[in-house]
Write a protein that binds this ligand. Structure first.
Ligand SMILES: *[C@@H]1O[C@H](CO)[C@@H](O)[C@H](O)[C@H]1NC(C)=O
Ligand SMILES: *[C@@H]1O[C@H](CO)[C@@H](O)[C@H](O)[C@H]1NC(C)=O
Ligand SMILES: *[C@@H]1O[C@H](CO)[C@@H](O)[C@H](O)[C@H]1NC(C)=O
Length: 420
């Protein structure tokens, strides 16, 4: 449980006994149990408050104040690009506070979000680099909100990507923070954007539809261009990125290893919740991520929407995950159970049905008595996320086309070096 992201909690445990005595140890341990095991559960909206209350401890810590950094966003259709941005932001300080734009503000500025605030909050809080979440961030940062960040939330630096962020009147949204010397910039992650993912889902659903009625006449030339463009965006996984997302630690000598597998396509709030529950059953959570071929074979040719390496990064970014198997087999073998010393194999009650139901992939763990069916806390699935997008098809196509054009313009104006 020695997660990087929880280092402040652990420091609390190790440190405060000396400073404050026994009472504070209890408080720090309570902090651990509520934020680590229950943080994304019950106290949803009270999360920022309870966490900032815990923050009091830090300020008293031997005069050396921790640097608090802030980054905001809509985090709709959360992907590893967001996760990577937040990872970089966290590296610029000690505590990362994320500002989540409210549903109302997103509706007013860019149309309805795909994910609700509750779902977006679950995703963001589930990231291993996030320490606190503010749930009422404005869409465009204002001077008034900046002051609130600096004074109320004790933020040292506001972090933003190197894409331009202009207010409606054309001025730089971060001018005030820059002037105060409290602005830092990170590089945008290459190869993925929410726009690109929406494009992939739309073209995947369209292909599926055309395939279903053996009728390709519905594809409009304009949309064809768009779907080609969305497939051009290529993610090139590097070993360094995987290392950056990893905990870099194996299980301890007496760890109870929990195994869960799946596609984890379009990583969503349901995934975070089931991973959290799975992790609670042991000391080390090993996640098997099915290969693209396996997913296609069992879910249909139009899946997965995210490639194996993209799906692996999204899962690795989750605070409840200790390790992933990149391209795990469909059926759990005896060999795997022995090699990884798996104590319990879990599977959620809510999952996509397989097209080929000839063999039970969990037959071996079941026969060994180490299989556990876990009640899925949410009924959201990859297909339901995709369907929500389909339901708003028209609006999304318009929004997508407009954004693609403005992104193209932006890329034409600026050459990128690969993001760190
Ligand atoms: C193809 O789609 C068009 C428009 O939806 C429809 O009029 C036509 O009957 C379809 N053809 C076949 C072979 O299904
Ligand atoms: C589609 O792409 C072709 C060339 O690739 C281009 O000439 C055409 O204008 C595009 N159509 C639309 C509607 O963007
Ligand atoms: C395998 O896991 C069990 C806990 O289920 C643990 O007691 C044992 O030490 C582990 N074995 C090895 C070789 O790590």
């Amino acid at each position: 449980m020695d997660y990087e992201n929880n280092s402040w909690i652990w420091e609390g445990v190790n440190y405060y006994p000396r400073v404050f005595g026994g009472l504070m140890v209890t408080a720090a341990l309570l902090g651990l149990s509520t934020s680590y095991f229950g943080g994304i559960g019950v106290p949803y909206l009270s999360l920022p408050c309870s966490w900032s209350n815990l923050g009091i401890f830090h300020k008293k810590k031997s005069g050396k104040r921790r640097i608090r950094v802030y980054m905001d966003g809509c985090f709709d259709l959360m992907h590893y690009g967001h996760a990577n941005a937040l990872r970089q932001a966290k590296a610029l300080g000690d505590e990362l506070v994320v500002g989540l734009v409210s549903d109302e503000e997103i509706v007013a500025n860019k149309g309805p979000p795909v994910l609700s605030m509750e779902e977006r909050l679950a995703l963001v809080s589930g990231l291993k680099w996030v320490d606190e979440v503010i749930t009422d961030a404005p869409y465009a940062i204002t001077e008034q909100f900046l002051n609130r960040l600096f004074h109320e939330y004790k933020i040292d630096y506001v972090i933003h990507g190197d894409d331009p962020c202009l207010l409606p009147d054309g001025t730089d949204a971060y001018a005030a923070a820059k002037k105060a010397g409290r602005y830092k910039q990170i590089k945008r992650t290459e190869g993925v954007s929410s726009t690109d993912i929406v494009g992939r889902i739309l073209s995947s659903l369209r292909d599926q539809k055309n395939c279903d009625d053996h009728n390709g006449t519905e594809v409009k030339p304009q949309e064809e261009n768009q779907s080609q463009a969305s497939h051009i965006a290529q993610f090139l996984p590097t070993s360094r990125r995987i290392v950056q997302f990893s905990n870099g630690k194996g299980p301890g000598p007496n760890s109870r290893i929990v195994y869960i597998d799946g596609a984890f396509d379009l990583f969503h709030a349901g995934h975070v919740e089931i991973l959290k529950r799975a992790r609670e059953l042991g000391d080390f959570l090993l996640v098997g991520i099915h290969s693209d071929e396996t997913v296609s074979e069992h879910r249909g040719n139009h899946y997965p929407i995210m490639h194996l390496h993209e799906r692996s990064l999204s899962v690795l970014a989750c605070r409840y995950v200790d390790e992933v198997i990149i391209g795990s087999p469909w059926e759990i073998t005896n060999d795997m159970i022995t090699t990884f010393n798996i104590s319990v194999v879990v599977h959620g009650t809510v999952s996509e049905k397989s097209l080929n139901c000839e063999l039970d992939p969990y037959e071996i763990p079941k026969s060994m008595g180490i299989f556990r069916l876990l009640e899925s806390p949410k009924d959201i699935t990859t297909a339901t996320v995709a369907q929500r997008i389909m339901a708003n098809h028209e609006a999304y196509v318009k929004r997508n086309a407009k954004k693609t054009r403005s992104e193209q313009r932006y890329y034409e104006e600026k050459k990128y070096v690969s993001g760190d």
